[in-house]
Design a protein around this ligand. Structure first.
Ligand SMILES: [Ca+2]
Length: 342
């Protein structure tokens, strides 16, 4: 999750965990065979993952990790103005998905319910297109309102999910994500739950630090290079990666930082702090979408598009407003289940 090594988390129960070093990435294995079980945490494992946790849709906590009760004060004094701490929150224990929801999981939901996503109904969605290197790009011109783009066709007509079952589902809206969650008897996390799970009551990461390990290796799928036209792919991925290619945090959660932004249940309030550029409404207009209604929601964790020169939101405290009914290619989600550990 882009955290430093030996992060310590202290939970209300008095339990103190010393979390081990985050494993580095290993080379992609072309011979990996599909499998339906975790573990995850490096590239061969994530490439071999079929995208469905064992017992999915049958066992209540399939693919989830338990987050013990505790207290968190979301926010930081180091980050953007919209990240200022807003007071301590006491949380009961809850279950949370170990990974972002995958295309395979979402497909199972659609097969069972016949759900038609908002982008499918609308017939278009906002797809990221990297400009050519050195091209003089207008702000937000990398978002292209693409007819026929939806979760089954991530880049529009001609694209499909073949071989991408283990990638996070994208081009889904808040309503789509909630429908999925409710199908399983789950919910979307609140911002406080998400942040607590992401940093496990440890100190938030410093704003200027990229998620890199002791040897400088990327610990999350974010953008190395100069956004938006120079992507060095040092982390091995130009866009969203399969879930779980990077080591889990101390609670067993993968990709809380980076890969795709994650929808929360909460409406976004407070001062808007653009990415140093990326005003959300400007993005939407640039993408060619109709004006959106209602309040934006909070998204967390940053995405494969966050770079040191842009966004820099690869941190647990970072937050961003996202139009609830806007389907884009860098926003996905994971779910929570608020129940006793059982
Ligand atoms: Ca993520």
């Amino acid at each position: 999750m882009g955290m430093t090594v030996n992060l310590r988390i202290t939970l209300l129960s008095g339990l103190t965990l010393a979390l081990g070093a985050v494993a580095g990435m290993t080379q992609l294995s072309a011979s990996a065979k599909p499998a339906s079980t975790l573990p995850l945490g490096n590239v061969p494992q994530c490439q071999a993952y079929a995208g469905l946790p064992q017992g999915f849709a049958k066992e209540p906590q399939a693919g989830m990790a338990w987050v013990p009760a505790g207290t968190v004060e979301p926010g930081t004094l180091q980050g953007y103005p919209d990240e200022r701490p807003s007071g301590k929150v006491r949380l009961d224990g809850f279950w949370i998905d170990r990974t972002e929801v995958t295309n395979a999981q979402f497909a199972a939901f659609v097969k069972a319910t016949g759900h038609v996503t908002q982008a499918e109904r609308e017939g278009a969605a906002a797809v990221f297109r990297a400009p050519a290197k050195g091209q003089n790009v207008r702000e937000n011109s990398w978002w292209v309102w693409t007819k026929g783009a939806d979760w089954r066709h991530p880049e529009g007509p001609g694209s499909d999910l073949h071989g991408r079952e283990h990638e996070p589902v994208v081009l889904v809206t808040h309503a789509d994500a909630l429908a999925y969650a409710r199908w399983l008897g789950h919910d979307l996390p609140t911002e406080a739950e998400w942040e607590y799970a992401a940093r496990g009551a440890g100190e938030p990461e410093r704003i200027e630090r990229e998620p890199r390990g002791a040897q400088g290796q990327p610990l999350a799928n974010y953008w190395q290079g100069i956004f938006p036209d120079v992507n060095t792919r040092e982390d091995g991925f130009a866009r969203a990666a399969p879930v779980g290619c990077y080591a889990a945090n101390g609670l067993g959660l993968h990709d809380m930082i980076g890969n795709v932004w994650e929808l929360t249940r909460d409406a976004y309030r407070g001062p808007r702090q653009p990415h140093g550029n990326g005003d959300v409404r400007g993005s939407i207009e640039q993408a060619g979408a109709a004006p959106r209604q209602g309040e934006p929601v909070v998204i967390k964790g940053g995405s494969f598009l966050c770079a040191a020169n842009y966004c820099m939101r690869y941190r647990s405290t970072a937050r961003h407003p996202h139009e609830a009914d806007m389907a884009t290619s860098h926003v996905g989600f994971r779910t929570v289940k608020r129940s006793q550990r059982g």
